[in-house]
Design a protein around this ligand. Structure first.
Ligand code: SF4
Length: 458
């Protein structure tokens, strides 16, 4: 049986795409294996959002070609797109597939190395049992035209495309039927979803409501969205539908107006704070999470302190803090990277201290309360002892003792304390209720997850 290994770097969109490529590979009669095992075909879905992501993408190609020098090593994704556009190559790679042809990756392999297909027997029957996931990512949109000063994505995912709504809704329905309880709706610039770019009619708010109505789908979570793309209709959708998680990741990037302008972000802090107020007024308990960059070219001490005060004032539920690193072809790359590394580290630590405190203060509000938690599995994986972990609808991570069979179920948990990453709790079920849920639990066959190796910045 031919063997293939796939790996993903970067964002949820990449994660989703790798799963689809894996389906194609499996349909062609390949069995799937871990990336550091011998294989006939290796697929790397690369990322270029940070210098570290570039380096890791290149390392994986060399690694695969070392494991099996005769293998077909295919790279697609944003790093290979950057390399292709620069007319260069990646050591160890056999094939580089452009981003807009990513979903045809396996056709490229078949064309370049038809012999890899000779091994396979009757493709369709060999499709492995995909199993179901507690939470699944659903890509609905691609491309971005915002050209934020620090971001290379508009150069690697150039075309704005919305997937047809009926195609997305039927995929969501299938996930619901297969036992997926939470769907994470994602895109490169998900707020751009709509009829102008191919949805066939619905905008993002209408699409989310349709997905949330699919039988079996208990939760719909929206991944990162540009603040200016949060419409009144979207706020109304979140305020009205119980299955839309009260959690918005509003990527902000800085808390200083002059820095936002230099970043070419299309809003200022007053707009952002007003949007947060409107969301908190309309959606009780809404969690606002974000991304913030420290050390952007030219960022003064005063501008940084404005960001510290901004983070205090908005009080985010969770924040990814990044130290600025120049990206090829971006506007910021032309600016002097004049905030010293040590100063970036200092600013990172100052902001991190604030956002960790506001994260804990958000969770503290629910101590003593019983909240529905979607159980994602053993905390710390199979070696994690008796604790389970999962998330509330507003994205508080909760760790609590309980039987493994509850994985994939939404259970009531009473929060008892806060931790650096969320909260602790106890199962709010009687022994009889727990036993009944364990007995009713479907035998789980978790689908393989091509867990991203690096978290993307925006
Ligand atoms: S940060 Fe987001 S919105 Fe800005 S260019 Fe990158 S992908 Fe687009």
């Amino acid at each position: 049986m031919p063997v293939a290994a796939l790996t993903t770097l970067g964002c949820k969109v990449n994660q989703y795409e790798t799963e689809k490529i894996a389906d194609d590979v499996a349909r062609a009669g390949f069995t799937l294996t871990e990336f550091d095992a011998p294989a006939d075909v290796y697929v790397i879905n690369s990322c270029s959002v940070t210098a570290a992501a570039d380096k890791k993408s290149r390392y994986l190609a060399r690694k695969a070609s070392r494991i099996n020098p005769d293998a077909v090593v295919v790279m697609t994704g944003c790093h290979s797109q950057m390399v292709l556009d620069a007319g260069e190559w990646v050591d160890g790679a056999t094939l580089l597939v452009p981003n807009h042809e990513k979903m045809e990756t396996f056709r490229h392999v078949a064309q370049a190395r038809p012999e890899v297909l000779t091994y396979s027997s009757s493709p369709a029957s060999l499709l492995p049992e995909r199993g179901y996931r507690t939470r699944a990512t659903l890509k609905v949109q691609d491309g971005c035209e915002h050209f934020c000063g620090f971001c290379s994505i508009p150069y690697t995912r150039k075309v704005l495309v919305s997937r047809p709504a009926d195609e997305i809704v039927s995929e969501a329905a299938a996930l619901g039927r297969d036992g997926t309880r939470e769907i994470v709706v994602t895109g490169v610039c998900v707020g751009a979803y709509g009829p102008d770019t191919g949805s066939g009619g619905p905008d993002l708010a209408e699409l989310l409501l349709e997905i949330a109505d699919q039988p079996g789908v208990a939760r719909v979570r929206l991944s990162s969205i540009q603040p200016i793309e949060v419409t009144d209709a979207l706020i109304e959708a979140f305020a009205s539908h119980p299955n839309l998680c009260p959690h918005l990741h509003l990527s902000c990037q800085s808390g200083d107006d002059a820095v936002l302008e230099r970043m070419n972000r299309p809003y200022d802090t007053a707009f952002y704070k007003n949007l947060v107020q409107r969301l908190r007024a309309a959606i009780p308990d809404v969690a606002i999470t974000t991304d913030l960059i420290v050390g952007y070219p030219g960022e003064t001490r005063q501008e940084h302190e404005n960001t510290l005060r901004f983070a205090e004032e908005v009080a985010f539920q969770r924040t990814h803090v990044f130290r600025y690193s120049p990206r090829p072809r971006t506007h910021a790359e032309t600016l002097p990277d004049n905030v010293a590394h040590e100063e970036k580290v200092r600013r990172h630590a100052e902001l991190q201290a604030i956002v960790e405190r506001t994260n804990q203060e958000f969770a503290e509000r629910y101590i003593g309360e019983t909240l529905p938690v979607l159980v994602e599995g053993r905390e710390g994986g199979s070696s994690g002892g008796g604790n389970l972990s999962g998330h509330t609808t507003h994205y508080i991570k909760v760790v609590f003792p309980g039987p493994r069979e509850l994985t994939g179920q939404i259970v009531p948990v009473r929060l008892t304390g806060v931790t650096g990453s969320g909260a602790t709790g106890v199962l709010a079920l009687t022994e009889a209720e727990t036993a009944a849920r364990v007995a009713a639990a479907a035998p789980r066959h978790e689908a393989p997850q091509f867990t991203p190796l690096l978290m993307a910045a925006p």
